[in-house]
Design a protein around this ligand. Sequence first.
Ligand code: ARG
Length: 287
Amino acid sequence: MTIADVAAAPRRRPGADVPPERVPSIRRYAMTAPTFFTVEYAINPWMDTSVTVDTHLAFNQWETLRQTYKELGHAVELIEPIVGLPDMVYAANGGMMVNGKAVTARFTYPQRAGESAAYAEWMTRHGYRPADTRHTNEGQGDLLVVGSIVLAGYGFRTQRQAHDEIAAILQMPVVSLELVDPRFYHLDTALAVLDATTIAYYPPAFSDPSRTKLLELFPDAIEVGSADAYVLGLNAVSDGLNVVLPAAATGFAEQLRTAGFRPIGIDLSELLKGGGSVKCCTLEVHP
Ligand code: ARG
């Protein structure tokens, strides 16, 4: 599927009140336990080093997320956490695997730089040959697969120039989207992929030209309001039917239900202190 095919995909009739049938598919996820999770530096507006983190609670909340995936029938593989890399729990940033290709993350901040090698090594052990980019890219934090295209964020972490490198490595079309609000510093904080043609997003997180682009590509997208966006409601993981999302995003959950999805709320309050939630903790191994 190309960008044009996504735009041409069949749409619901305006006014149709029956949502389309949503079909789940089995997914493969990689996760890293928050064993060494703390907030000891602040590299995004959610992080406050004076706030204490309950590591035990963080672990239990993360474990609930892992169990939820398993109960949905998904495969969850574990990556070994490393002491001194507190943000490693946000596995989504570890890289990108899709189309038989892989990209190694190149982090913006030195505090996270050590994670790249750990995730690259994991990808290598799983049969990939991860390629480096010259410009920064924070993996699936900013790179989201929708059908056969990749939506790519820039503005805070991943550099716009990395998008071209990534398109070449993955051999997939990449659509660049500019993020403008520092609270939504990764694409996966402002946009959720629900299935191969459906997304949800928070429009104010994007520049005007990027909003126009999203409207053209996804006229049926779910637009999420501020209350849900500000609890990182869009940091969600969907299998095509079941959408695992932060429990506090109750408005978005209702929108999902109306659209025929099955929302499953998870409380990841401790991990929100680092500026991440469900999707951040989940690195999807795309087929
Ligand atoms: N503290 C981490 C950072 O600022 C949080 C990363 C969240 N991950 C994500 N995929 N949005 O880098």
